[in-house]
Design a protein around this ligand. Structure first.
Ligand code: 5AD
Ligand code: SF4
Length: 467
C-alpha cells in the first residue's frame, strides 16, 4: 500500500465519524451557474457513487472536493481561486485531500488554473464529466496535477444519471451552441451544438418515469435547434414524449426566438394536457441596433410578432425572458426600448443582468463599453419599471383563481407543501396528508410574480382557472 493511501486511510477513519463508513472515500461538489451545471454536478455525484464514494454535505467531511465552475456572467477565475483558497487549511490538516476544478472555467483556462494554484490536483472541462472518477483515481495515485485530455464523443450519447429521482427531473437533449451571440462564452466553453437521438431521449425519460419522475424539463442552450441524428426536430421530440411516455408534464428551456417556429406552437397546443404553457424566451434587448450588435438574428418586430402568434395558439401562456443591460454602445434610447418591450410583451418573470465582458467573445473587444455605474442604474430602473407593472398584474390574474399544482415536496422551512403551477409559479399551501407527486388544485389567495400562496381544495373540482 502506498504511503499516500495509508495516510489517506488513517485520515479518513479519523475524520469521517459521521455517516460515512470507515475507509470509504467521500466527495463534495460545489456548484456555480445554470441548471446545466447543476445537472453535471448530479451526474458527477452519481458517477462517483458508482465508483464507491459517498456524497457528503460539506467540504470539511470530504476526501475529494470538486468545484464545478461557471463563466457565463461572472469573473469566474477569481471566484474559483478564492474558493480553493478557503480549503488551504483543510488540505494542511489532511494532505490526502484532493481538489479538482471542472466546468466552464476549467474548459477555458486550464493552463492558468494549473500554473497559478498549487492547491489544485486535477482539472477537467465540460466534455469530460464522465472521466471524473478515473481522474480522481489518478490524482490519488500520483503527485502533481492531473489533467483530463480532450474528450469528444460522437454522437452525443449520454444517459441521464440521477441518484434519487424526485417528482421532477432535468434531462439534457442538446449540448453546446452554434449561435455565437457576441456577448456569450458558451460556444467556447461547451463547444459546437450536438443533439441526442430522439429514441434515446424517449427511452431515457421513460426509465425516469418508471422510477417515479412525473415531470421533465428538457435542457439545451437552444432547444429549438434540436435536430436528432434521425432527422426529427424539437416539435417531433415533444410529440414523441407526449405520446410515448407516461409523463404528466413536459417543460423545456432555453428557447431562441429565431428558431421558435409555428410547428412547435401547434404541437404545444395539440398536447397542452402535458406540455406546460410556460416559455422562457430570452430577448436580451428591445433595440434593433443592439440586437444586431449582439448577433441575435431577429429584430424587435420579429420578436413581438412571434409572441403574438404564440398567444394565439396558447392564450394562457406565461412568458419569461433574459435581458442584458449596458451592452457596449447601449444608449438611453436603446435602454428605454428594452423597458418598453418588457412592458409591451408582459413578461411575468424577467432575469436581467449587467453586461459582463467574457473571454474570447467579440463584444468584449467592442468599443463604447458602458461604465458599471450606468449599468447598475439601468438594471435598477428596469426592475422598478417591471415591478410597477408585474405585481398588480399577477394579483389581478391569479388571486381567486385555481391553479393546477404538481406537488414536489414538503418545504420544511416554510412548513408548507410546495409545487409548481403549469405556468411555473412556485405554489405554497397547507395540507394534512402526503401529496408528493400528485396533481392538486389550489385556490390562490396571494399572488406574486414567481410565488403563489393558496388553499388546497381537496374535494372541490376545478371550476375556473388559469392553469
Ligand atoms: N453578460 C451578461 N449577461 C450574459 N448572459 C450571457 N452572457 C452574458 C454576459 N456576457 C445572460 C444572457 C443569457 C443568460 C443565460 O445569461 O441573458 O440569456
Ligand atoms: Fe449563448 Fe447565444 Fe448560444 Fe444562448 S444562443 S448559449 S446566448 S451563444
Amino acid at each position: 500500500m502506498s504511503q499516500e493511501l495509508q495516510d489517506f486511510q488513517t485520515n479518513s477513519s479519523q475524520n469521517t465519524g459521521e455517516s460515512v463508513p470507515p475507509f470509504q472515500r467521500s466527495v463534495y461538489i460545489s456548484t456555480y451557474g445554470c441548471q446545466m451545471n447543476e445537472n453535471d454536478t448530479e451526474r458527477m455525484y452519481a458517477l462517483m457513487e458508482m465508483a464507491g464514494y459517498a456524497a457528503v454535505a460539506s467540504p470539511e467531511q470530504a476526501d475529494v472536493i470538486i468545484i464545478n465552475s461557471c463563466s457565463v456572467r461572472e469573473k469566474p477565475v477569481h471566484k474559483v481561486f478564492s474558493e480553493v483558497g478557503t480549503y488551504r487549511r483543510l488540505k494542511e490538516r489532511r494532505p490526502h485531500l484532493k481538489i479538482g476544478v471542472g466546468g466552464c472555467v476549467a474548459s477555458l483556462e486550464k493552463e492558468r488554473l494549473i500554473e497559478a494554484n498549487s492547491l489544485i490536483d486535477f482539472v477537467f472541462g465540460t466534455d469530460q464529466i464522465d472521466l471524473v472518477p478515473s481522474l480522481v483515481d489518478r490524482a490519488f495515485a500520483k503527485k502533481g496535477i492531473v489533467e483530463a485530455r480532450f474528450h469528444h464523443r460522437e454522437p452525443y450519447q449520454i444517459e441521464t444519471l440521477i441518484r434519487n429521482p424526485k417528482v421532477t427531473a432535468f434531462v439534457n437533449i442538446t449540448k453546446g451552441c452554434d449561435n455565437f451571440c457576441t456577448f456569450c462564452v458558451v460556444p467556447y466553453t461547451r463547444g459546437r451544438e450536438k443533439s441526442r437521438l430522439l429514441r434515446e431521449v424517449v427511452e431515457d425519460i421513460q426509465k425516469l418515469v418508471n422510477r417515479g419522475v412525473r415531470e421533465v424539463t428538457l435542457l439545451g442552450q437552444n432547444v429549438n435547434s434540436y435536430r436528432s441524428p434521425c432527422g426529427a426536430d424539437f416539435a417531433d421530440l415533444l410529440q414523441a414524449l407526449a405520446e410515448q411516455t407516461d409523463l404528466v408534464r413536459i417543460r423545456y428551456t432555453t428557447s431562441h426566438p429565431k428558431d421558435f417556429n409555428e410547428k412547435l406552437m401547434q404541437i404545444m397546443e395539440r398536447y397542452q394536457q402535458k406540455i406546460c404553457e410556460y416559455i422562457h424566451l430570452p430577448v436580451q434587448s428591445g433595440s434593433d441596433r443592439i440586437l444586431e450588435r449582439m448577433n441575435r438574428g431577429y429584430s424587435r418586430k420579429d420578436y413581438i410578432a412571434k409572441i403574438k402568434k404564440i398567444k394565439e395558439y396558447l392564450p394562457q401562456v406565461v412568458l419569461s425572458t433574459d435581458i442584458i443591460v449596458g451592452f457596449p454602445g447601449e444608449d438611453e434610447s436603446d435602454f428605454w426600448q428594452t423597458v418598453d418591450l418588457v412592458l409591451e410583451v408582459g413578461f411575468e418573470t424577467i432575469f436581467a443582468f449587467k453586461y459582463s465582458p467574457r473571454p474570447f467573445t467579440k463584444a468584449a473587444r467592442f468599443d463604447q463599453q458602458i461604465p458599471e455605474t450606468i449599468k447598475d442604474e439601468r438594471l435598477q430602473r428596469l426592475f422598478q419599471e417591471w415591478e410597477k407593472w408585474a405585481f398588480p398584474f399577477v394579483k389581478q390574474r391569479y388571486q381567486g383563481q385555481y391553479v393546477e399544482v404538481l406537488v414536489e415536496e414538503f418545504d420544511q422551512k416554510r412548513g408548507q407543501w410546495h409545487g409548481r403551477s403549469r405556468q411555473n409559479k412556485n405554489v405554497y399551501f397547507q395540507a394534512d396528508k402526503t401529496l408528493t407527486g400528485q396533481l392538486v388544485h389550489v385556490l390562490v389567495e396571494e399572488a406574486f410574480p414567481s410565488v403563489l400562496r393558496g388553499r388546497w381544495m381537496e374535494r372541490e373540482s376545478k371550476q375556473h382557472g388559469v392553469g
